[in-house]
Design a protein around this ligand. Structure first.
Ligand code: SER
Length: 358
């Protein structure tokens, strides 16, 4: 008998680490008896996971492009759901567009195939949870960005980056695989259950992202906590939406657990708070008054964020699966980011890597 697992790709990345912790902690809260079988997690990443792992996590080091490895995983495990987090982010993808296409598109395609095969074998759709991004939007100019209301899912789907193109296409591939793939031949209602959220810039207290264009937010904060000067790579007036990492993980899990009949779309905007880079700095200064934060815009990265919306309309997620962020901007800084980052850099206490069950 193959063990039933949830597969997480990109498990060593910042969303992956937080998701593993939350899935393990949720389980411990829901199933406090020793006799219960924990949710088994198969954590796949090119890199090793950095912290000690809960007992229910099986780590596999390798690439999503290694079809031999994927075949082996399928032969050893029954994959019930997939959180496909592995990706090259927007700035890195501009430097290595071919590599980005391979990882972001071919890697996703390989996993969609895997999910479709597993669904057929189980005679039940595998749930495929996909984090998409504000990068799928592309506003044509600053006037439009300034006057556009909170952007809806179907508006301005004209990405300007390789990463944004990859994410938008993979959303469409996911829909194709869930609604059309082999449907006629096999006479099946669905071959997999694809669900996606479009994240704004994510901010974690425990990890610093790499290769993203929204990274100036978390970089500013982590630099301030380390008393290091920081030069922000976008202009002060640039405005995009952000979200604290616990809310990002909550969005993935809540979407995964939502009943299929409640979902009116396959892809949902989710957001929390919208800040200009200057406002982000002001929040950092409120908690770290001595922080040295300047602005030295990088033209290419500036141009990328200029095409991203200033805010997202996530009313459909709120209506369909009761999405709401737990952290508005003040709570995110005061209760999640600042205390945890202080502990990390100033006190040297080992950092808890999960959130409470509440
Ligand atoms: N955080 C991502 C990036 O900057 C956007 O979703 O690439």
């Amino acid at each position: 008998m193959r063990a039933k697992v949830s597969l997480i790709t990109g498990a060593a990345g910042e969303v992956g680490q937080a998701l593993i912790q939350r899935l393990s902690t949720d389980y411990a809260c829901e199933q406090p008896t020793a006799a219960a079988t924990p949710r088994q997690i198969l954590a796949l990443d090119l890199n090793p996971l950095p912290t000690a792992l809960p007992a229910n996590v099986h780590q596999v080091q390798g690439s999503i492009l290694d079809t031999g490895l994927l075949d082996r995983l399928v032969s050893e495990y029954e994959i019930e759901e997939i959180y496909h987090l592995a990706a090259l982010l927007s700035t890195r993808a501009e430097f290595s567009p071919d590599a980005a296409h391979r990882v972001n598109v071919e890697g996703t395609l390989a996993l969609l195939h895997l999910a479709a095969q597993q669904s057929e074998w189980r005679n039940e759709p595998v749930r495929f949870i996909f984090p998409s991004s504000i990068a799928v939007f592309g506003l044509p100019d600053q006037k439009t960005k300034a006057t556009a209301p909170r952007v809806r899912e179907w508006e301005w789907n004209y990405p300007t980056t390789m990463y944004g193109c990859n994410k938008l296409y993979c959303e469409l591939l996911g829909v194709y695989f869930s609604r059309h793939y082999r449907q006629l031949a096999a006479d099946r209602p669905t071959s997999l259950d694809f669900r996606a959220v479009r994240f704004p810039g994510l901010v974690s207290a425990f990890t610093i992202p790499s290769g993203g264009t929204s990274d100036y937010g978390p970089e500013m904060l982590h630099a301030a906590a380390q008393r290091k000067p920081y030069a922000c790579f976008v202009r002060e007036d640039v405005r995009i939406p952000f979200m604290a990492m616990p809310d990002a993980v909550k969005a993935l899990i809540d979407l995964a657990r939502a009943p299929q009949e409640a979902l009116s779309r396959p892809v949902y905007n989710v957001t929390s708070f919208s800040l200009s880079a200057a406002e982000f700095r002001d929040h950092v200064l409120r908690h770290f008054p001595d922080a040295q934060i300047g602005f030295a815009p990088d033209l290419k990265r500036q141009q990328i964020v200029e095409t991203w919306p200033a805010d997202l309309d996530d009313s459909t997620a709120r209506r369909d699966w009761a999405w709401h962020p737990d952290y508005d901007v003040d709570r995110a800084f005061a209760e999640y980011l600042v205390p945890n980052i202080r502990r990390r850099y100033e006190v040297g206490v080992p950092v808890p890597t999960g959130d409470n069950c509440a």
